[in-house]
Design a protein around this ligand. Sequence first.
Ligand code: CP3
Length: 338
Amino acid sequence: MPGPLLNTLKGFSQEIAPVWLMRQAGRYLPEYRALRAEKGGFLTLVYDSDAAAEITVQPIRRFGFDGAILFSDILIVPHAMGQGLEFLAGEGPRLSPTLLEANLEDFTSAHERFDPIYETVRKTRGMIGESVTMLGFAGSPWTNATYMIAGQGSKDQGPARLMAYRDPERLQAICDAIVDVSITYLRGQIDAGAEAIQLFDSWAGSLAPDEFERWVIAPNAKITAAIKQSHPDTPIIGFPKGAGAKLPAYAVETGVDAVGLDETLDPVWANSVLPEGMPVQGNLDPLLLEAGGPALPKRVRTVLEAFEGRPHIFNLGHGIGQFTPIEHVEELLRAVRG
Ligand code: CP3
């Protein structure tokens, strides 16, 4: 029996919206911080399938979310393509050498780095109840390219955007390579037990309209088409953060089954421009969840009401922040589930 989250993704509205939260496995949870302190760094946890499965299940145990998202990171794809990857405490990811200093051909691909991730999916699927949906994911090619080119998070994705104008063929080759590896990776996750997948395009919002077509819509459409061919029954959620008015084009042209909305979008507007019956996910501001107070349940109701009659998965507009009080998450669940 598929659970309420999977049913929603298949187009069936539920009386009570299913809920999961982006970054639900992570630092706001004391049990995550404890395991991380015991095992060492973030990447050690990701490649340790027992630890990663345990972390994936932690928020399900505590809150009873309807979906379990694989504990991993989008940058595992660049790492498997042979780029060096480290997470510096308090600073975030570092990829080396960058694609300003080196070419893709200089890297030795290491797809065996995907094996422990598949194992995490398999283990987690065995640990959660049948009604909890196992979610896999990958970063979208553009977002991964911005990290591979700059070697780290960048203020406005400047290095990748400059490459898009100065040397589009080079960026095209990079995105094509990420597309190919991501297809392999997502198929592996589905074969291991992922029942739906999400494509995270966290930096989609930094692109001008024509650029958005080329670097966001086109590569996501390629991934979606390939997954549809091999795994037609696995729903795909696209999350083009910052897409703004380009959301309806993204929703239709990529071929994704559902769209994740960031918190800047008015849900009433989104509901009016998206194809009828297309499932949506979102879109409470993660900072409102952190702040709490009477505005929190009020906003939850506004979002739920905006999507009445449309298949809707309740989520945040972006990842949950590390300083979010546990009680605010509990309050959010009460507000959604009544
Ligand atoms: O949602 C989940 O709970 C599943 C796991 C998950 C992580 N990262 C774990 C993580 C997922 C789906 C991601 C996606 C991800 N990673 C994105 C896309 C979504 C988004 O948030 O925009 C991006 C851009 C990354 C790259 C990344 N990973 C950055 C920039 C950082 C450092 C900043 C930060 O938030 O710490 C990470 C580290 C990271 N990924 C942590 C976790 C739990 C924190 C690691 C730690 O210090 O314990």
